[in-house]
Design a protein. Sequence first.
Length: 358
Amino acid sequence: MNFAVTEHKDPVAAARRAALLEDPGFGRIFTDHMVTMRWTVESGWHDGHVAARAPFTLDPACAVLHYAQEIFEGMKAYRTANGAIALFRPDMNAARFARSAERLAMPPLPESLFIEAVEQLVSVDRQWIPSGEGSLYLRPFMFASEQFLGVRPSREYTFCVIACPVGPYFKNGDKPLKLWISDSYTRAAPGGTGAAKCGGNYAASLIAQADAAAHDCDQVVFLDAIEHRWVEELGGMNIFFVMDDGSIVTPPIGGTILPGITRATLIELAKTAGMRLAETPYSFDQWSAEAASGRLREAFACGTAAVVASIGEVRTSKTSFRIGDGGTGPVAKRLKDELVAIQRGTAPDRKGWLHIVK
């Protein structure tokens, strides 16, 4: 698609931008531009634009406001060691975006067009990419934009990409996480939307996350919806367990767990390094018992925003326990360092994961 590019007439001044990039936080500061496209039954995908970031004007009967047809992705652009700008495995984001669309009865965006739209925004706003450990967080999303009231798939959709420069996701930096096990809420059930990256999944998790915060925990952990026994994932991250023999366990994806791209990458890195890794169910009772016995040496969570975060303590309404010595584990550190080195171009990209933005 030929994107029409209209550069911002009054972008943030260079000095102001430099000041903002010194401490961007996460999700608070946004770049000058955005990308938009439209889809209609009659015309398919069309009207691609790169223009100044601006509010949407929505009719009160806009379908997304009533029936929540909405999906999104999370990905990053990095400055590499040689000065290039790179995306990390954007083909996987594009494929997951298409699967999410299909699950919510939305038109899938062709993967090549998804990547092209992201590249357009990264190219025009490349000066917003922080140096050092920072990155440019990219948020492609799509929502039903037809004006109607009726329970059926929309006949019009809007796709958009926005971006924000970011630093560490957690305010406490690399300090191991404290987790809260939810005994009142579940994230997803078989046949539901757990494998789709849609806003409704996150909206439903917020009360459980607030419960975790009330108990001085960083994240909530959800158990399965049927037996309320098996560990599934955190509010926004996948989870891994490392045993005393060096083997690794992670819950299998099967419709209720989001197939994380960082998760898939860590699995590949671990297997390439010769580590034994099993995607198999792991119960909370196992977690508690093996932490107490010392069989479980470390646990860590992963996701695009936080990359890899060690887990130091687990709390429930009845008990609490530490993982290992409560600090950052060596396996988590090794895998994170390897992943970040590839993303930053300081280690060879042997698998072709980096996508250089021209």
